[in-house]
Design a protein around this ligand. Structure first.
Ligand code: BEZ
Length: 218
């Protein structure tokens, strides 16, 4: 069964470039971004991990731990990381799971089912660009799947995590193309006296079901 929003992120033990990890122990009480890339020593992946390494402090500021994965071994990760650092000028400080046997990628449904170029020498699929955002209760809160051809936007992933965190705290949702500081939407479940209690007079009602408000972004 495919993982769905609200499921507990499956636990696993694995080797990484930073040593062995027990996933739940590692992400314990934090938000986490668990993501796969197709393979070490490939071009798009090199740009992605370099960019993410440069934005790691921004994820840290949101309390988000980063954990990568591909179907390569630890030695490959360690060698490739040197290239990423040389290319991007950014230090890769997060663990990347070495999933050469594809146990974890199978558990998370990360293997490519459609790109005949995204396979190893034996024709066995590599992973796609999966993204799982996991909350401090270890529930999956967001899933994205990008094909091997298309590098991800990490500012977009941070924007979505910021929306989730704000929504958990303030009973709001966020509109299309929202960025932190913009108006937000009163959650549809907030009705009656609760609207005033939570947002005072700071509510702009466009339709009864579309009510904008302003909240502090942190
Ligand atoms: C890449 O990272 O550039 C890539 C990896 C696998 C297939 C296609 C592209």
């Amino acid at each position: 069964m495919a993982l769905r929003l609200g499921d507990t992120a499956p636990d696993f033990e694995a080797q990484t470039n930073k040593g062995p990890i027990k996933f739940h122990d590692y992400i314990k009480d934090s938000w986490a971004l668990f993501f796969s890339h197709p393979a070490d020593y490939t071009p798009v992946c090199t740009t992605e991990l370099g960019a993410l390494a440069g934005e790691a402090k921004d994820f840290d500021a949101l309390g988000v731990k980063l954990v990568g994965l591909s179907a390569d071994d630890v030695e490959s990760h360690q060698g490739w990381i040197k290239d990423i650092q040389q290319f991007s000028g950014n230090q890769v400080d997060f663990p990347i799971v070495a999933d050469a046997d594809r146990k974890v990628s199978t558990l998370y449904g990360m293997l490519d089912n459609q790109d005949a170029t995204n396979v190893d020498a034996k024709g066995i699929p590599f992973t796609v660009r999966s993204v799982f955002v996991i909350d401090p209760q270890q529930k999956i809160r967001l899933i994205l799947t990008y094909p091997a051809s298309t590098g991800r936007s990490f500012p977009e992933i941070r924007r979505a995590i910021t929306s989730l965190q704000l929504g958990d705290k303030k009973k709001i949702t966020t509109p299309a193309n929202w960025t932190p500081g913009d108006k937000v939407i009163v959650h549809p479940s907030v009705q009656g006296e609760a609207v005033k209690e939570l947002f005072g007079d700071n509510v702009e009602t466009v339709f009864p079901y579309l009510r904008f408000t302003k909240v502090e972004s942190s």
